[in-house]
Design a protein around this ligand. Structure first.
Ligand SMILES: Cc1cc2nc3c(=O)[nH]c(=O)nc-3n(C[C@H](O)[C@H](O)[C@H](O)COP(=O)(O)OP(=O)(O)OC[C@H]3O[C@@H](n4cnc5c(N)ncnc54)[C@H](O)[C@@H]3O)c2cc1C
Length: 429
């Protein structure tokens, strides 16, 4: 956990030091400037790789300037500061480009899981490298047989001396083709019930036996990948946590996956209060600026939608703040992160709809000159992702009802029998 404020640099001193450093060292945000950028997944491979290199460079600048990993401990390259300092960082970084690709999942859940469960050697080797932008990490959880039933993983790891041999397939790994490492959940014991036979490994993505296939989606994006693992040899020193205790790591992993909005380990640029900026939750475009540009700002329907977006944005940030505080102070269990997932997933869809409507016809058919509206069109097409990525909102509803509201558990047929005996369809082996 991050440190408390005692004996640390006062938050307002930190703000002033940071503000002056950012002005001298970080480029102004391009998406709010003249040169529009294609959204992630819509770029050519060359553009995407250049973007990854750019984000690594931004992260390196932050690291060398002493501003990377605000809440990560100093001994692993972080700043050892508090969530309050991270909040200030989020506000001050708003006008600048920042290394978005290094936040989720590299910082959280990957680096946070290494921090919580890694050996001293693992932490010293990987956390500074992630904070410096040298290592980009992804997560290999979902499998072709289904992503919701994470504990039903069938990718198998078998021990061979000081090594483990992994076989199987993972899917929907965002950005695996341009990343360096991944956390991978694998089955190490088929003779016990499903939650008791899992182990987590650190897997270098460019490794003998790993084939990365890119998946093309309907909108043209090829960011998702499927990995095929054939006799991949991983040293035991790259195992995270105890053998067969992967569910303990996995539970925390999923907590971190659902709690970005309440977390202090990732950077989430926050617009200055009252600026009207950032009202498209999750996007960069100011709805007011956009409506003014289109000459629709005085249209009552437009004003109503802008008002709704603003209300949703306030409700979501306030709710997430309260959930985050309740979890941090122990008033709510970690499972409260499920509430944040439901809020984010549900509002994400509504806000994508509002943005699409406000952007007008150019959101459906855009040109180079109206690419900002085109971004809203692409976001509209992929809006459902907010209810699926990081675990679905249906699964989050299960968790909230069973773990927070203590309603009866969903009936399952595979909890108490060896995983080997769980009936499986022919396609999943
Ligand atoms: C933007 C995005 C990024 C992603 N990135 C990654 C990544 O980097 N790494 C990774 O491993 N995965 C990633 N995923 C995959 C994601 O985790 C899975 O898609 C998700 O967990 C659901 O799994 P599934 O698609 O296999 O659906 P399934 O598990 O097959 O579920 C299908 C439907 O059934 C519902 N359902 C299933 N079980 C239950 C139940 N018990 N109760 C109620 N409803 C249920 C689900 O909610 C869903 O609607 C990403 C997905 C998205 C959209």
């Amino acid at each position: 956990m991050p440190e408390t404020a005692t004996d640390l640099e006062p938050v307002e001193d930190f703000r002033l030091r940071l503000r002056s450093w950012l002005a001298d060292n970080m480029p102004r945000a391009r998406r709010r400037g003249a040169a529009p950028l294609r959204p992630r997944g819509q770029m050519s491979d060359e553009e995407e790789l250049a973007e990854v290199a750019y984000h690594r460079e931004l992260q390196r600048r932050l690291f060398e300037g002493g501003f990377a990993g605000i809440c990560f401990p100093k001994e692993y390259g972080g700043q050892g500061l508090t969530p309050e300092h991270q909040k200030v960082f989020n506000e001050e970084i708003w006008p600048y480009d920042y290394p978005a690709r290094l936040q989720v999942p590299p910082m959280q859940p990957c680096a946070t899981i290494i921090l919580d469960f890694g050996t001293e050697e693992q932490k010293r080797r990987h956390i500074p490298a992630i904070l410096r932008g040298d290592e980009i990490w992804m997560q290999m959880l979902s499998e072709p047989s289904g992503g919701s039933d994470v504990a039903g993983a069938q990718t198998t790891a078998v021990r061979d001396g000081d090594e483990w041999v992994l076989n199987g397939s993972k899917i929907w790994t965002t950005g695996a083709w341009w990343s360096d490492w991944a956390l991978c959940l694998a089955r190490t014991n088929w003779d016990v019930p499903k939650h008791r036979g899992l182990t987590v490994f650190m897997v270098p993505l460019r490794h003998e036996g790993i084939e990365i296939h890119r998946i093309e989606m309907l909108n043209g994006s090829r960011e998702f990948c499927q990995e095929f693992l054939t006799d991949v040899r991983i040293p035991d020193s790259d195992r995270i946590g105890e053998v067969d205790q992967g569910w303990t790591v996995g539970t925390r992993w999923m907590f971190y996956e659902k709690s970005f909005s309440v977390s202090f380990y990732v950077t989430r640029p926050t617009p200055p209060e009252g600026s009207g900026d950032g009202m498209s939750v999750g996007g960069d475009t100011s709805l007011i600026t956009e409506a003014r540009r289109r000459g629709t700002l005085n249209d009552p329907a437009t004003r109503e939608l802008i008002g709704e977006a603003h209300a949703l944005s306030l409700v979501s940030s306030e709710a997430n703040r309260r959930i985050g505080e309740a979890i941090a102070t122990g008033k709510m269990s970690d499972q409260g992160a499920g509430l944040s997932k439901i809020i984010g997933g549900t509002l994400g869809i509504r806000v994508a709809n509002i943005n699409f409507q406000l952007a007008g016809p150019a959101a459906a058919a855009w040109t180079e000159d109206s690419r900002a509206a085109g971004d809203q069109g692409v976001a509209f097409l992929t809006r459902q992702a907010s209810q699926i990525g990081g675990g679905t909102t249906e699964m989050a509803r299960n968790v909230v009802s069973e773990r927070l509201l203590l309603m009866p558990r969903e009936r399952t047929l595979d909890r108490d029998i060896p995983f080997r005996d769980v009936p499986r369809g022919p396609s999943t082996g």
